[in-house]
Design a protein around this ligand. Structure first.
Ligand code: PGA
Length: 253
């Protein structure tokens, strides 16, 4: 049985006071033991403070990115060990905004995944096609390429507890979510690619959907057989929306 996971990607939003209010609302109204794993991913500078706010709760902490290197002269970067040190269990790697705005290559993303995994963080690996790719019928080709580079470098075993997030770029922050059947098609494809290397790992890997998930569409997306929760951007900044999405993710498949 795969326990679903819902991760909130705050992106570059928040402040100390806004974060405190949001976490307080989440803790006050979330079930004591939510059926799904819940992860909050604030900006780096707030990780330690949010870790303190989450102490003794059922909610977990994640970074939004990680350096591919272990330590040294990498100005501005944050290592996997540092993320662990301040209480992260998870880290997002290869978000489309990193890939597109900061030119992260598939190889760089694979190195980040490996660095996170080596330090005992659970990587949330983002993959997804742009609109032109989908229109050209290249969705599977793009997603396979992004996934295979990681599987080549780290092996399918690295996904044992890992998470893959399918995030079609055209659905991120646009209000236009993939139809549940569109998401299911790609999720099944991703699981099959992993299964081609290791069927047991493929059956255990959580594959979550991201891209304009809201309180109003989460249940139908999460009901799909290969959708194991979501990576939530905009809606993770509103406690009531996020809690409704979290509740829609239980109890697992
Ligand atoms: P969105 O973002 O929910 O605001 O579309 C999702 C993401 O980028 O992870």
């Amino acid at each position: 049985m795969r326990r679903p996971i819902v991760a909130g990607n705050w992106k570059m939003h928040g402040s100390r006071s806004e974060n405190a209010r949001l976490v307080e609302d989440l803790l006050a109204h979330s079930a004591a033991a939510p059926a799904a794993t819940c992860v909050l991913c604030p900006p780096f500078v707030y990780l330690q403070e949010v870790a303190r706010l989450l102490r003794d709760s059922a909610l977990s902490l994640g970074g939004q990115d990680v350096c591919a290197d272990v330590q040294g002269a990498f100005t501005g970067e944050v290592s996997a060990a540092m993320l662990k040190d301040v209480g992260c269990e998870y880290v997002i790697v290869g978000h489309s905004e990193r890939r597109l705005l900061y030119r992260e290559s598939d190889q760089m993303v694979a190195r980040k995944f490996a660095a996170a995994h080596a330090r005992g963080l659970i990587p949330i690996l983002c993959v997804g096609e742009q609109l032109a790719d989908r229109d050209a019928g290249r969705t599977q080709e793009i997603v396979a390429r992004q996934l295979e580079v990681v599987l080549e470098l780290s092996g399918a075993g690295a996904l044992e507890h890992g998470v893959v997030a399918y995030e079609p770029v055209w659905a991120i922050g646009t209000g236009r979510n993939a139809a549940p059947e569109q998401a299911q098609d790609v999720h099944a494809f991703i699981r099959a690619r992993i299964a081609a290397r290791d069927a047991r790992i493929a059956a255990a890997t959580r594959i979550v959907y991201g891209g304009s998930v809201k309180a109003g569409n989460a249940a139908e997306l999460f009901a799909m057989p290969d959708v194991d929760g979501g990576l939530i951007g905009g809606a993770s900044l509103k406690a009531d929306e996020f809690l409704t999405i979290l509740a829609a993710a239980g109890p697992g498949k």
